[in-house]
Design a protein. Structure first.
Lengths: 307, 85
C-alpha cells in the first residue's frame, strides 16, 4: 500500500500486526512500545524521522484506548498523571537539547547507545531481583488468589523500605493521592517525571520502561495503578511530541491510523489482562522489554545498521 | 459457587469479545473512511499548512480512540436493550 505523505510502500497487514503486538504490551505494561515500533517501521523502509514521529502519533491513540480501559477498572490516578505531565515535558525538552549538544560535539550515536544499554540492563536487572524476591517472600496463597481486583491490586514489593523512606520526606508541598493511597512531596513526583522525560527526550520514545518502575519503586504506587497512570501520562507527553514532530513534517497520520487499527484491539486485551495478574508477576514479566531495547541498540552499535 | 463464578467469567469474556469485534470493525471502517474522504486533503494539508495538519493529525488519532469507543458502547447498549452491563 502506498502512503503518499511519507512516500513509502508498506504492507498494511504488517502495520496492523505490529500495532496489535505493541498494543497488547502497552495495555499490559503501560509502555508506549517505541523500542519495537521504531525498528519495525525502519525495517519496512520508513525514514528514521518518519518512524519516530509516526510512532508517537500511534502511541497517542493506543494510550487513549488503554488508559480509558484502565480508568474503567479504577487503575488511573488522574491527579498524579497531570502533575507528572509537567515534569515529563520539561525533562523531554532538556533531553532533546542534550541530544543537540552531543550532535554538535559529533559523538551522539555512541554516547546515546552506551547510556541506553546501561539504563535498560540496570532496570531489567533490578526488576528481576526485586520481583523475584517479592514473589519468593510472599505467601503463595495471596498470589494464587483468584482475580478479585481488591486482593490483586494490594501490591507487595521488596523495595518498600526505600519507598517508605522517600514518602516520609516532608518537603513542602505534600501531595495527597487518595486513588493511589500515597502522600508524597510534589518535588519527588516532579523529579521522577522529569527524569522519565529526560530519558524520553534523550533516548527517544515515551520512556515508559523508566517511568513505570519509578512509579512503583520510588513513589510507591501499586503496579496496576502505575500501569494505568503511566498510560494516561503518555497521552499528554506523546500528544505534545506528536504535535512538535508533525510541524517538522515527521508524521504520516495514515500509517499511524493503520497501526492503530491493530493497537486499539491489542491495548484493550492488554489492559484487561492486568486484572488477572498480581503486581510482582506483572513486574517480572516486564523484565524482557528493556532487554529487547538493549539488544536492538547493541545490534545497531555492532552492525552499523540504523534500525 | 465455583460454577457460578465460571459462568460469570464466561459471560464477561463473551461480552468483551463481542465488544472487541464490534470495535475492530468500526476502527477498520474509520481508517478506510479517512483514507477515502480525507486522504488527498491530508496530503495537500501536510504540504501547505503543516501546523493545521499537526492539529488535524492529533484530532484524527484521538478521535478514533474516543469516538469509536463511545459508538461501540452505545451500540452495545442498544443491542442489549438499554442495559449498561
Amino acid at each position: 500500500m502506498h502512503f503518499p505523505i511519507s512516500h513509502s510502500h508498506i504492507n498494511p497487514i504488517y502495520l496492523v500486526v505490529t500495532g496489535f503486538v505493541i498494543g497488547v504490551l502497552g495495555g499490559f505494561f503501560g509502555v508506549g512500545g517505541s523500542f519495537i515500533a521504531g525498528p519495525a517501521l525502519r525495517t519496512m523502509g520508513l525514514d528514521w524521522n518518519f518512524a519516530v514521529g509516526t510512532d508517537l502519533a500511534h502511541i497517542v491513540g493506543k494510550s487513549v484506548v488503554a488508559a480509558k480501559r484502565h480508568r474503567a477498572l479504577g487503575n488511573v490516578d488522574l491527579r498524579l498523571g497531570f502533575i507528572m505531565a509537567i515534569g515529563t515535558i520539561g525533562g523531554a525538552e532538556l533531553g532533546a537539547q542534550l541530544i543537540q549538544a552531543l550532535k554538535r560535539a559529533g559523538n551522539v550515536n555512541f554516547i546515546v547507545s552506551v547510556v541506553s544499554i546501561a539504563v535498560y540492563v540496570s532496570i531489567s536487572g533490578f526488576m528481576i531481583w526485586e520481583s523475584w524476591r517479592t514473589l519468593a517472600h510472599s505467601k503463595p496463597s495471596k498470589l494464587r488468589k483468584r482475580p478479585g481486583p481488591a486482593t490483586i491490586k494490594a501490591d507487595q514489593s521488596s523495595f518498600t523500605h526505600v519507598t517508605k523512606a522517600l514518602q516520609r520526606l516532608r518537603i513542602w508541598p505534600m501531595i495527597r493521592l487518595p486513588t493511589s493511597g500515597v502522600t508524597i512531596s510534589l518535588w519527588i513526583i516532579v523529579l521522577v517525571s522529569f527524569v522519565g522525560g529526560l530519558f524520553s527526550g534523550f533516548l527517544g520514545g515515551g520512556a515508559g520502561y523508566i517511568r513505570m518502575p519509578s512509579l512503583v519503586y520510588v513513589l510507591g504506587i501499586p503496579t496496576h495503578l502505575a500501569v494505568g497512570t503511566d498510560l494516561f501520562e503518555i497521552i499528554i507527553s506523546a500528544s505534545y511530541g506528536t504535535f512538535t514532530h508533525a510541524i517538522k513534517g515527521n508524521v504520516d497520520i495514515l500509517i499511524a491510523l493503520v497501526m492503530h487499527t491493530g493497537a486499539a484491539i491489542g491495548a484493550q486485551i492488554g489492559a484487561i489482562a492486568t486484572q488477572y495478574f498480581a503486581g510482582p508477576k506483572i513486574r517480572l514479566a516486564f523484565v524482557p522489554l528493556p532487554l529487547i531495547g538493549a539488544a536492538i541498540v547493541i545490534y545497531t552499535l555492532l552492525s552499523g545498521h540504523n534500525l | 459457587m465455583v460454577t457460578t463464578r465460571k459462568r460469570e467469567v464466561r459471560r464477561t469474556l463473551r461480552a468483551f469479545v463481542v465488544e472487541l469485534v464490534l470495535y475492530g470493525l468500526l476502527v477498520t471502517a474509520y481508517f478506510f473512511g479517512v483514507l477515502l474522504f480525507l486522504g488527498s486533503w491530508l496530503v495537500q494539508l501536510e504540504m501547505q499548512h503543516i501546523r493545521l495538519y499537526a492539529v488535524v493529525a492529533l484530532f484524527l488519532i484521538i478521535g478514533q480512540a474516543v469516538l469509536l469507543e463511545a459508538i461501540t458502547t452505545a451500540l452495545l447498549r442498544l443491542l442489549r436493550g438499554g442495559r449498561a452491563e
